[in-house]
Design a binder for this molecule. Structure first.
Ligand code: ATP
Ligand code: ZN
Length: 300
């Protein structure tokens, strides 16, 4: 095995909502992993890449302090850490690379169901319980409202019942927890999903090449997610209309059909899912012999 400093380290949530998706995504990039006995590290067997399994809140710090080269974490956590650092006059030492299309949620304001909310001005002089003081303050500043953030490290949704706050500002995905606590969502501060972050520190050439490779593979895996390969026969005179109906496709391949001068074969990668309605519309436009195949790997 290479010396540890030559290996890429990726910070991933140890146990939580992001864990399975993060590891699954890296495995789909071709990484074979074994967990250490203490379950704190996953070693890459076939590439010099290891995963550090940590609390999600620690991931921006680990990447920012250059202990890890990459991290997978919610945008909500990334933005909050960035604002906390900025408030202390410290620069952000990691950069956000791209969104991963899982871990979708939003940072929302919620109030007891009987409260009247007519926009941010309703928050004036109210107490708002949150673990996201940075993002909440930004929202209040942007809307020119004075209110009092009350820091709660967890169980924010019980703050109104305890008489500690008038509103809460917390992560919501289905809204079930809010409803169970007699709260209603009244405003959205941030739409979030899992993102990849990367250290700003220059890596050596070899490490940089490996980071680029893994990012390129991640991008490929994400593109494949929704992509389909579609094949069909099209009457030549309907070709333009049929091409326009192909969802999210770039220049398709047009092939001659043996013994048939009226029709051509059209093959295209569609970067969006192909639904039954699309196939029905293609057929109505004159297409025949339609076939939709999953795409397994893609390299731009
Ligand atoms: P840790 O022990 O790692 O600190 P945690 O309790 O902070 O765990 P999770 O509840 O597993 O974290 O959430 C991790 C991330 O998942 C959140 O920061 C957010 O980006 C995303 N997420 C998606 N849906 C939800 C949801 N309904 N509630 C909370 N987080 C969600
Ligand atoms: Zn956390």
């Amino acid at each position: 095995m290479e010396p540890s400093e030559q290996r890429i380290k990726i910070a991933v949530q140890k146990t939580g909502r992001l864990t399975d998706h993060s590891i699954d995504l890296l495995e789909r990039c071709g990484l074979k992993l074994t967990r250490s006995k203490d379950q704190l590290i996953c070693y890459g067997e076939n590439m010099p890449i290891d995963l550090l399994l940590v609390r999600d809140d620690d991931i921006p710090g680990l990447v920012g302090e250059d202990i890890c080269d990459l991290g997978i974490v919610g945008l909500n956590v990334v933005e909050e850490k960035r604002l906390n650092r900025a408030a202390d006059g410290r620069p952000t030492e990691f950069k956000q690379v791209f969104a991963l299309d899982f871990g979708h949620c939003r940072l929302s304001l919620a109030a007891p169901e009987d409260a009247v909310y007519d926009g941010p001005e309703s928050l004036s002089n109210k107490r708002i319980a949150t673990s996201y003081v940075g993002l909440l303050k930004r929202f209040l500043d942007e809307n020119d409202v004075e209110a009092e953030p009350v820091y709660f490290s967890g169980a924010v949704e019980i703050a109104p019942k305890l008489g500690r706050a008038d509103y809460i500002c917390d992560i919501v995905s289905t809204g079930g927890t809010l409803r169970a606590n007699g709260l209603a969502e009244v405003d959205v501060l941030l739409e979030s999903e899992a993102v990849v972050i990367q250290t700003r520190k220059p890596l050596g050439d070899e490490k940089q090449a490996l980071v680029d490779k893994i990012l390129q593979r991640l991008d490929g895996v994400l593109q494949v997610h929704e992509s389909k390969y579609i094949m069909l026969h099209a009457p030549k005179e309907a070709l333009a209309e049929i091409r326009d109906l192909l969802p999210g496709s770039e220049a398709p391949t047009i092939l001659r059909l043996d013994g048939n001068d009226d029709k051509v074969a059209v093959h295209a990668v569609c970067r969006e899912n192909v639904f039954w309605e699309t196939l029905e519309n293609l057929k109505a436009a004159g297409a025949s012999s339609l076939l939709v195949l999953p795409v397994e790997k893609m390299l731009a």
